[in-house]
Ligand binder design. Structure first.
Ligand SMILES: [Zn+2]
Length: 328
């Protein structure tokens, strides 16, 4: 409904009717429309500057959560790496040293973590996060591999510990006859005058003088390799202890064991006698390591104190004559 408007004409002193053209109406409408548009754009600008669309704020929130999650993950990985490093250090420097085993080579610990291809699927989904994803997964894979190698290493160590126990029980480490007062050591290892052959020759063992029938003990766990009469050695027992060790006991009066039998350290294997090339009842005792005879005095450690050991060492090193021994 168009309202009729008037204006006061000063020349005619009358109210005159205002004539509104269509053009005027159009201009007015255009003005209103422009103003509305400007106002709307302004409002939108203000709104987007100070407020976010719900989807955007949701995505941003998710992103912040992911970043926090990643940060926690990164810190976890770093902590695990530190623990792993400490385990490796301990493994190489303590356990493997105790058991005289070579440390695991670094190349084995570090090597062979899956290439970039392993993470291809993940990267295809999130290409912009490529570096972050690869690094994190690489670190985790590396840790997994290290853990696997470390567990294997601990398996080895457990095995070595079990072997070590067996090895310690097997290596000869007591005297073959009871020698509490250390009066039995008659002659030691080295060049000695042979009482029957009447010449100075290599005496490859220790002589323990004792009355006929005194028990002779196995000096370590092992298997009886021989128990028979061998000419100049007389009645002899040979024990194979494994780990390269053998012990020989000669001039026995009789045996308590037969070949093939398993013995423990301290088991009676026979009795002191005077068989073979022997000048008086005694036990000629030899220790062999890797096919060579060695000084038995260094294998008496288990049943003597430090002082007694010194005394034995002194007794065994006296260059007296032996009580006998085999020809070879
Ligand atoms: Zn001898």
């Amino acid at each position: 409904m168009a309202r009729i408007k008037y204006y006061y004409d000063t020349e005619t002193c009358k109210y005159e009717r205002i004539k509104v053209s269509k053009w005027d109406v159009f201009i007015n409408l255009l003005g209103i429309f422009s103003l509305t548009l400007i106002l709307a754009v302004g409002l939108l600008f203000v709104y987007t500057s100070y407020f976010e669309l719900p989807q955007v704020s949701l995505l941003k929130k998710e992103n912040r959560e992911l970043e926090a999650y990643y940060e926690v993950l990164k810190q976890d990985v770093q902590r695990m790496e530190k623990v792993m490093y400490a385990l490796e250090e301990r493994d190489d420097n303590i356990y493997r040293v105790i058991f005289e085993a070579d440390p695991i080579p670094t190349s084995m610990r570090e090597g062979g973590v899956g290439g970039v291809d392993t993470y291809k699927d993940i990267i295809e989904k999130e290409p912009e996060r490529e570096e972050l994803i690869i690094n994190t997964f690489k670190k985790i894979d590396n840790l997994k591999k290290k853990m696997y190698i470390q567990t294997k290493s601990y398996d080895d160590i457990v095995q070595m510990a079990a072997n070590k126990e067996d090895m310690l029980a097997s290596i000869p480490s007591i005297q073959p006859i009871s020698n509490k007062e250390l009066k039995r050591m008659a002659s030691g290892y080295g060049l000695r005058f042979h009482p029957i052959l009447k010449i100075k020759r290599m005496h490859a063992g220790c002589d323990f003088s004792a009355p006929q029938g005194t028990p002779i003990y196995a000096t370590g766990d092992g298997k009886i390799a021989r128990a028979a009469h061998y000419g100049s050695s007389g009645n002899m027992v040979v024990i194979d202890h494994g780990y390269g060790y053998k012990t020989k006991y000669m001039h026995m009066s009789s045996f308590e064991v037969r070949p093939g039998q398993q013995v423990k350290r301290g088991d009676v294997i026979g009795y002191v006698g005077n068989t073979g090339l022997s000048a008086a009842p005694h036990c000629h005792y030899e220790v062999w390591k890797d096919g060579k005879h060695v000084n038995p005095v260094y294998y008496f450690i288990n049943d003597v104190t430090e002082e007694e050991f010194d005394k034995l060492l002194e007794l065994a090193s006296r260059e007296n004559q032996s009580l006998g021994g085999p020809l070879k």
